[in-house]
Design a protein around this ligand. Structure first.
Ligand code: HEM
Length: 436
């Protein structure tokens, strides 16, 4: 596995072109380095993504966007939500028609006061204390996942290890039967695929595929919500449905619960999967780093997890929109201008990180913005994601100590994918007996 860098000229960099995202990762990083250096707020036309543009005929014409590539600008925008809002769209560069925005937007695409109200209600259920039992169960679920693959000797790291953990944990958290895993996985893959042909077969209607995936998750959630309304159990769904039974202020509407569920399934699943898979890839490419980690799991895991999130930057971008004429980095912008925050680029900014292209499992300090920069939308599940990643890496190195990637990752193909996604990564290890 060697890096090949074929530098492109600045004028040829087009972040809206799917082929840009298909370039080898070092080439992509090099393009972002040059943007940071020479055009930190470069302007691009909006990408064309099947499904993203659905209903576009009813929408205002795409106006293009500024690509925010420097750490300082990204941090500045994130902490000024009144000037740079999320409510006009955050998970898509294109404006979405209202019905789709409602289905997929949830609080990640809201501003105060709606955002603060919703975040307040759900954040209480996401503290380490509130999640204590779920966090404890991560270890058992991880061991079950490893049991299922341990004897095989070779596997697809994504489908056998990285995808099941975060999704099974979310299903348990919400009280959704694990038997629905394949259906939820498929729909979540579709929603975040950025039009990858594996999930959007050419010739089929992208609008139908995308809405179908959202509606399928919605139907599942509505059914469960009805059940829990009359028969509450010890799960997040029951807590959210019965929130406000004591006081009206805390009550969530059925629609709020459903779109929060879709957000959780998508945000909490593909991201952690992506981080774990990039982590396995980098630990294979950097045997010295792998040895440092393996020799002192207790000491090094916490910094290794942060470094994996920095290096992988699983969320490619979030969008913000100027709510008024604003100044940023000495430049003037007008109301309605769109800003796309490129987390992976900020996470390689050498103004902040020494030797940023180096994967260093002991990097400290590591003020990466992989979970978002400080601001009202900072990742709600960061604590859970860190736990999932460290438990999976620990158990893998304990139980399959020689596990390593045997080929390059197969990445998502699409224009401006929301996640820096890997679909498949072959791995090999000495087969081991299952526990007990
Ligand atoms: C390595 C894994 C993860 C990464 C890299 C990640 C990254 C992010 C990022 C970049 C944001 C947006 C921040 C912003 O707009 O300023 C975000 C928001 C969010 N994340 Fe995560 N996330 C991860 C795991 C999770 C998990 C496991 C969950 C839940 C189970 C979760 C739930 C959420 C929610 C609900 C939001 C929206 C928060 C809001 O709008 O107030 N995430 N995450």
């Amino acid at each position: 596995m060697t890096d090949t860098i074929a530098p492109v000229s600045l004028d040829d960099i087009n972040l809206s072109n799917p082929y840009f995202w298909a370039r080898p990762l070092p080439e992509r990083d090099d393009a972002f380095r040059r943007l940071r250096e020479h055009r930190p707020l470069a302007f691009f036309d909006e990408p064309e993504v099947p499904g993203d543009a659905v209903g576009a005929e009813d929408m205002p014409p795409p106006r293009g966007y500024y690509a925010v590539t420097r750490y300082a600008d990204l941090a500045e925008i994130s902490k000024r939500p009144k000037d740079f809002c999320s409510g006009q769209g955050s998970v898509s560069v294109r404006d979405m028609p209202a019905d789709i925005a409602e289905l997929f937007g949830s609080m990640i695409a809201m501003d105060d006061p709606r955002h603060a109200r919703l975040r307040g209600i759900v954040a209480r259920r996401f503290t380490p204390r509130a999640l204590e039992r779920l966090l404890d169960s991560v270890d058992e679920t991880t061991n079950e996942i490893i049991d299922a693959a341990a004897a095989k000797g070779e596997a697809d790291f994504v489908t056998d290890f990285a995808a099941p953990l975060p999704l099974l944990i979310i299903l348990d958290m919400m009280g959704i039967p694990r038997s629905l895993y394949p259906e939820v996985l498929h729909n979540s893959n579709v929603i975040l695929s950025a039009g990858d042909p594996e999930y959007f077969p050419p010739g089929e209607d992208p609008r139908e595929i995308l809405i179908g995936a959202g509606l399928s998750l919605l139907g599942m959630m509505n059914e469960l919500a009805e059940e829990r309304r009359v028969n509450p159990k010890d799960d997040l769904t029951s807590q959210l449905i019965h929130a406000g039974d004591e006081g009206e202020d805390d009550r969530l509407t059925a629609q709020e619960i459903s779109s929060f569920f879709i957000l959780l399934v998508v945000a909490g699943n593909e991201t952690t999967r992506t981080a774990l898979t990039h982590g396995m890839h980098q630990l294979t490419r950097n045997p010295d780093q792998r040895e440092i980690l393996k020799k002192d799991l207790d000491g090094v895991l916490p910094t290794a997890v942060e470094e994996i999130v920095r290096y992988a930057s699983p969320v490619t971008y979030m969008r913000r929109t100027a709510t008024r004429d604003v100044e940023l980095a000495g430049e003037q912008f007008v109301k309605g201008d769109k800003f796309v925050l490129f987390y992976g680029s900020a996470n390689r900014d050498d103004e902040v990180f020494d030797d940023p292209d180096q994967f260093d499992v002991r990097r400290d300090p590591n003020p990466h913005v992989g979970f978002g920069a400080p601001g009202p939308h900072f990742c709600l599940g960061a604590h859970l994601a860190r736990r999932e990643m460290s438990v999976m890496l620990r158990r893998l190195f304990e139980r399959l100590p020689d596990i390593e990637a045997t080929d390059e990752p197969q990445r998502l193909f699409g224009a401006l994918p929301l996640v820096n996604g890997i679909k498949h990564l072959p791995v090999r290890f000495t087969p081991q007996p299952v526990r007990r």
